[in-house]
Design a protein around this ligand. Structure first.
Ligand code: TYD
Ligand code: MG
Length: 454
């Protein structure tokens, strides 16, 4: 018997090495190399008939897309993130941490659609899925649940049932006969996905595939998976909060700027159409340490509340803790406050929270973060009706931000009376019900914001 040939594959990026290494030199991940058997994939029929599997070149002008419109998924948030529904023949990969609600979202859609759906699960039993369906109080005559992990068998069932959309939960459980490695290994994930990809392209059947996520946020398995599929979505949020955000990381058929917002309730995920109203607490009297920022997530304006707590450090080294905000950025803002505005926060603990467990990357949130910290530090609330939208630079200058008109509109809609922005920001129209106050330096904002009280 000939000796089996093996090689080491990085489980993070899929790079192949003849020998074991502590660190993958391609993606720099430590301890990610695993030995796998190297095989040439056996030719296994994936259930395509001859007419389905041949393709001839045709003129681009002659390609007909009219009888092939996007499929409406009956979920406005998901439709929007996909760019208006799922494109037939496309492969959508949806990633997220365990327990975030991927299976719930996909089951919910499967039950809402009035087309035939095949929901393939390798992770849960059919009874578990049924129980979840009962929990979200939904049922459908057209939804088939298949408990299977073998790609060839799944494709046989697809050929029998003839669904109009297939959900696969999850790619890490799949296993194809064309290679012998164990499920979840780089070669299995790659090979299984490529079978579905081929099938999808030839038959125009769309697939939605769940992918688990690694500790640093990427989809587990080789990066090559993200290159293969048409759309990569990420479902994120804090498991202890109810809000979930669906983002698009890659979309061959639409913009990646759209986001979808959901609430995880006891009976499933609900779409959130008015996120700003939900994310701002409705305290009668303003509280110190709270500031509201007019942010943009994707292309959607959202008003976000930031809460800061500044207190004297009990231990020698002061603590800095953030949720939803980059902690390095917080340190930078604290240094700016110290240097440019004369606030000595070096001996203080600073805690910063973005309400709702949402992660914000928009730099326009900086000014609100600074305002919340100062308000907590001097224990004076920011008057009601004020919101902020400006980036803070290293020398304490307020910097220009994008899409100011949309932010103003949203703030005005929610009844804010003042928006504090940078004087570098050009405002094209004059809003009626909200006043825009523009400053060039952080010191000016502090002086004007707390002048009556302080
Ligand atoms: P799930 O969809 O299984 O997550 P994933 O597939 O991403 O791992 O969601 C599991 C979590 O969601 C679980 O902790 C329970 C919670 N949940 C609700 O809060 N409400 C519901 O209606 C359902 C079905 C789940
Ligand atoms: Mg799941």
């Amino acid at each position: 018997m000939s000796k089996l040939k093996t090689a080491f594959f990085c489980q993070n990026c899929g790079a192949k090495y003849p020998k074991w290494l502590g660190q993958c030199s391609a993606c720099k991940e430590w301890n990610s190399l695993v030995e796998e058997v190297v095989q040439n994939p056996k030719t296994v029929s994936i259930g395509l008939t001859k007419s389905q599997s041949s393709s001839k070149p045709i003129k681009i002008n002659d390609i007909d897309t009219s009888n092939n419109p996007r499929i409406d998924l009956k979920d406005s948030e998901l439709n929007r993130v996909l760019g208006g529904g799922i494109v037939p023949g496309s492969l959508v990969l949806i990633g997220g941490e365990p327990g975030i609600g991927k299976s719930t979202l996909l089951l919910q859609i499967s039950l809402l659609l009035n087309i035939k759906v095949l929901y393939v699960t390798g992770e849960e039993s059919q009874q578990q899925i049924k129980r979840r369906a009962d929990r979200i109080n939904s049922n459908s005559e057209l939804c088939f649940i298949l408990n299977e992990t073998n790609v060839e068998k799944i494709i046989t069932e697809i050929n029998l049932i003839n669904p109009e959309i297939v959900i696969v939960d999850s790619v890490q459980t799949l296993q194809t006969d064309s290679i012998d490695n164990s499920p979840g290994s780089v070669s299995q994930i790659k090979e299984s996905t490529s079978h579905f990809l081929k099938y999808a392209k030839k038959t125009n059947l769309p697939f939605v595939i769940v992918g688990h996520i690694t500790k640093d946020g990427g989809i587990a398995g080789p990066k090559i998976l993200e290159h293969m599929v048409d759309v990569v979505l990420q479902f994120e949020g804090d498991r202890n909060h109810i809000y979930r955000i669906l983002r698009s990381k890659k979309n061959r058929f639409g913009s990646t700027a759209e986001i979808g917002i959901y609430e995880m309730l006891n009976d499933g995920l609900k779409q959130v159409n008015n996120p700003s109203e939900l994310l701002i607490s409705n305290n009668k009297d303003p509280l110190s340490g709270n500031a509201i920022s007019a942010t943009i997530e994707g292309i959607r304006p959202i008003m976000i509340e930031i809460q800061a707590l500044v207190s004297t450090a009990v231990y020698g080294t002061p603590q800095r803790s953030t949720t939803g905000f980059n902690s390095k950025r917080l340190n930078m803002l604290l240094a700016v406050l110290e240097k440019k505005a004369g606030f000595n926060l070096g001996t203080k603990d600073v805690f910063l929270n973005i309400t709702g467990g949402i992660k914000i990357e928009d730099p326009a949130i900086d000014l609100a973060v600074v305002a919340a910290i100062l308000s907590s530090n001097i224990n004076i609330p920011i008057p009601k009706g004020i919101c902020f939208a400006a980036e803070v630079g290293l020398s304490g200058e307020l910097r220009n931000i994008s899409k100011i008109d949309q932010r103003i509109n949203e703030a005005e809609k929610l009844g804010f009376k003042f928006l504090i922005a940078s004087s570098a920001t050009k405002i094209s129209k004059n809003p009626k019900n909200i006043k825009i106050l523009q400053y060039s330096k952080i010191e000016e904002v502090i002086k004007n914001l707390f002048k009556e009280q302080g």
